[in-house]
Design a protein around this ligand. Structure first.
Ligand SMILES: Cc1cc2nc3c(=O)[nH]c(=O)nc-3n(C[C@H](O)[C@H](O)[C@H](O)COP(=O)(O)OP(=O)(O)OC[C@H]3O[C@@H](n4cnc5c(N)ncnc54)[C@H](O)[C@@H]3O)c2cc1C
Length: 407
């Protein structure tokens, strides 16, 4: 049984699922209840998102304004490094809690949710791979908010899906490493306090020879590209990065030499569960706008909510959204329970992002011509949601991961 958080305002949320070993690697029935901490976290994040984030979202979109003050505030709350354990200075939020955070942010401004998600990818890698001295220098400032956002720099102009084909090179030069190459579509580019960069240390092809480095902002040879003129999520500050004989100390190598590909893929696996939460947040916001509009708008002498076509459209949205919730919470629960959750995370991300796209599209349709106006928030959600099927692994890549788990 599942009571979605949106359909029930209070009470515990219980998931009771049976799952097949073939898809999620778990041959068991499990039930899960949100803890008191999850309720508190969700309530406080929803209030913060509603009161502090949502009011400025349209302006940030129009002015392509990076949410610096909100990032600082979320940083002080520990949200930029939410999943980092207390022993490393973080608040030790579990994957379920992290998903709830991104859902709340996604409801108010999914561009900001993307900034938070990218920073958390970096924080988790630093927490798992960095030495104590490196954590002190780069992770702690993310945990306290002093560093603001962090950028996760994997994708290149030549491709993102095939991360193993990256061509940014790094060669050892005495006590330093020298980086050359370019990254593309980097969230928080130009605003980050930490850039975590994946580069090829060896000429070996594929997954071998890739290592992880921190590049500090302002390092000579690091050039930040222009803010990409994006369709949506315009506040998230997406840029290219260029490394031109960019020299960094050898002490900036994070984790083992040639361990970068594994670190990137593993952090993205769990990160996708959070992105599913952000997708659900957008869809919840869209559905709520659609419901409100359907009750207010009249046609043929009655509110359009009275037409069965509108009701069926809304019923389909609620049903599909609850299904996305279930898959997302299953993935989060599996992850927290220490099970392998690659396929479950990909299913959650695939279904949540595609469901969100459908829901936002239907809710825009329900708004008629006004849905096409910038003066109605559904228009921004329509633009903001489209990239959810593309970043942190396209829908096609999620299907590849799921298919792989079947054999
Ligand atoms: C707003 C935004 C923010 C982003 N933020 C970041 C960030 O912070 N850090 C970062 O590193 N990256 C980031 N990205 C990059 C994003 O992760 C990539 O765009 C994505 O992984 C796809 O890579 P690509 O654009 O190079 O498309 P390609 O890899 O060139 O793919 C093009 C098309 O081919 C399909 N395709 C590719 N390979 C296969 C295959 N084997 N089988 C079937 N279909 C296939 C893809 O699904 C896609 O439809 C961001 C992108 C955007 C738009």
């Amino acid at each position: 049984m599942f009571k979605s958080s949106s359909s029930s305002s209070s009470g515990s949320i219980v998931i009771d699922l049976w799952s097949d070993a073939g898809t999620v690697g778990l041959q068991a029935r499990f039930a899960y209840t949100f803890s008191e901490d999850h309720h508190l976290l969700r309530d406080s994040m929803l209030s913060f998102a509603r009161d502090q984030i949502a009011p400025g979202a349209a302006k940030r979109d129009q002015e392509r304004e990076f949410p610096l003050a909100l990032v600082a505030e979320l940083g002080e709350m520990g949200i930029m490094a939410a999943r980092v354990p207390e022993s490393h200075g973080g608040p030790a939020v579990d994957t379920v809690g992290y998903t709830l955070i991104l859902e709340a942010l996604g409801r108010a401004d999914v561009g900001l949710a993307s900034v938070v998600a990218a920073t958390n990818l970096v924080a988790v890698i630093l927490s798992e791979q960095a030495t104590a001295a490196q954590r002190e220098r780069w992770l702690l400032p993310l945990c306290t908010g002093a560093a603001g956002a962090a950028s996760f720099c994997l994708t290149e102009p030549g491709g993102g899906s095939d991360a193993a084909a990256l061509t940014t090179t790094v060669i050892r030069d005495g006590d330093d490493f020298v980086l050359n190459g370019s990254k593309m579509w980097i969230t928080s580019g130009g605003h980050a306090g930490v850039y975590l960069v994946f580069a090829r240390t060896e000429s070996a092809d594929g997954t071998k020879g890739i290592s992880t480095f921190v590049v500090d902002p302002g390092t000579r040879g690091l050039e930040i590209g222009k803010d990409e003129p994006k369709m949506g999520q315009r506040c998230s500050g997406t840029t290219a990065l260029h490394f031109d004989d960019c020299k960094i100390p050898a002490a900036n190598l994070i984790g083992p030499l040639h361990g970068g590909y594994r670190a990137a893929i593993s952090s993205l696996g769990a990160g996708r569960i959070g992105i599913s939460g952000a997708c659900i947040g957008v869809a919840e916001a869209a559905l709520s706008l659609g419901l409100g509009y359907a009750e207010d708008r009249k046609a043929f002498g009655k509110p359009i909510a009275h037409f069965q076509t509108s009701q069926f459209m809304l019923a389909d949205c609620r049903t599909e959204l609850d299904a996305a919730w279930l898959l997302t919470l299953r993935a989060a629960f599996l992850h927290d329970a220490g099970h392998r959750a690659d396929a479950a995370s990909s299913m959650a991300k695939l279904v949540s992002s595609e469901t969100t796209d459908r829901i936002v599209d239907r809710m825009l349709q329900l708004h008629g011509g006004y849905g096409y106006s910038e003066e109605y928030p559904i228009e921004r959600l329509y633009r903001d949601s489209r990239v959810l099927r593309i970043y942190e692994g396209t829908s096609e890549i999620q299907r590849m991961i799921i298919a792989r788990s079947l054999f």
